[in-house]
Design a protein around this ligand. Structure first.
Ligand code: SF4
Length: 106
């Protein structure tokens, strides 16, 4: 299952984290929702692969610990999504299609 590219129409903002929106539903620690809007990471799909963290040329992502989540105990958080230059590398390298980037959504 990939991230829903229309999450901003199908979900609601339920929280903010490190300056970006969190789109629900959220039921911690098992369900964490989608973090970010311009650069969106579905935390419920992320498996802590890390390719996005390594490859992003402007260091948008930072690790955040998520103990108790069924997919992984760490997530790539788009903490610096405002720096994104829309190169789409993270979207291309994510092995589970957990990331969607759309500058018109921000
Ligand atoms: S699209 Fe490029 S600049 Fe933006 S978060 Fe992904 S890798 Fe980083």
């Amino acid at each position: 299952m990939a991230i829903d590219p229309n999450f901003d129409e199908n979900r609601e903002v339920v929280d903010t984290h490190e300056g970006h929106d969190v789109w629900g539903p959220v039921d911690e620690p098992e369900q964490l929702g989608i973090h970010g809007t311009h650069v969106a990471v579905d935390f419920d799909i992320c498996i802590e692969d890390g390719a996005c963290v390594e490859d992003c040329p402007v260091d948008v992502f930072e690790w955040v610990d998520t103990p108790g989540h069924p997919e992984s105990e760490r997530k790539a958080d788009p903490a610096n999504e405002i720096q994104c230059i829309d190169c789409m590398l993270c979207v291309d390298v994510c092995p589970v299609d957990a990331i969607d980037v759309d500058s018109t959504r921000a």
